[in-house]
Design a protein around this ligand. Sequence first.
Ligand SMILES: *Cc1c(COP(=O)(O)O)cnc(C)c1O
Length: 368
Amino acid sequence: MIKLADPDITAREIAAVARVLRSGTLSLGPELAAFEGAFAKYVGRKHALAVCSGTAGLHLAVRALGLGPGDEVVTSPYSFIASVNCIRFEGARPVLADIDPGTFNLDPARAARKITRRTKALLPVDIFGLPADFDAFQALCDRHRLAMIEDSCEALGAEYRGRRCGSFGDASVFGFYANKQITTGEGGMVVCDDDALHRLMAAMRNQGRSSMGGWLAHRILGYNYRMSDLSAALGRVQLSRLPRLLARRQRLAGAYRKLFASQLPEFGTLGDRPGMARSWFVFAVLVPPSLKGARRDGLIKGLQESGIQCAHYFPALHLQPALRDLGHRRGDFPVAEDIADRSLAIPFHHGLTRPDQERIVRTIRRLV
Ligand SMILES: *Cc1c(COP(=O)(O)O)cnc(C)c1O
């Protein structure tokens, strides 16, 4: 079976985690602060706060920015469900706007049309590691005095006009699940420049404790969203290897793109856009319109029967049963629906060989 994703773990990661285990300091130890410091520096932000998942990071950002009942946040229907759920956790209303068919990212012009007096924030997602159109979103935020939360969970290392993803939001969030560019098993990071916002999120992460008070002094409503020192140690080694991990992903993506261009030219593949450098996350292709929906699902089944893991990546969020109460129906976001009905994620990890990639493309061709 060729796996869809597979983390790249070396002896260095194993040694770093073992060191923490031997040290006896498994939480709130030196690895946590060291990982946060290195991460803030890499992204180019003043503060980084490590948390137990990307979802937890998004929740902290929404809550610390004061979004709640009566507030609207404009975001994308083509994403992982956490980018909408984090708004719902606080009782604010996610307002969806369709995506740009060329980037699969929230379309700024369509987002602008959804802004009302109740809109308090925008939540663009750097989907599949491609930066959102930050010049346009920043202009909207300035004009309407909105906060921006950047979901960069898929975009560590991506760049927009020379600036790293994660440097655009009032708070920006990364995820380190096992299929991301770097992993901590489970984990995430919230970055920002504002001291007070960082302090507030740090307190919320740690049961509402302030940095000055004792272990049993809880100033505000908080959560346990901490990252363990085991995860931080793993993340720190992964981050130090990031340039090479990204280069490897870039080479694999380039090889796939060439194979598709020569053998399945009717399939769409993702690439960079002017002024943007994608950080490769999953490798998704678009099946031609003649294969969309049920025929694409048949292709997925055929690939799996041939020992090749693959997935329908992503289904449109507004059609998910869990979001039914937002009141949407098929037809509301035709671009996102079309991309969702045509997208197919194929194996993408550092253990893939050139013969694996050739076999995958050959198998798709045979099934088509
Ligand atoms: C991975 C991801 C997240 C965070 O996921 P967790 O599993 O909670 O770490 C959030 N948004 C997007 C778009 C993601 O891809």
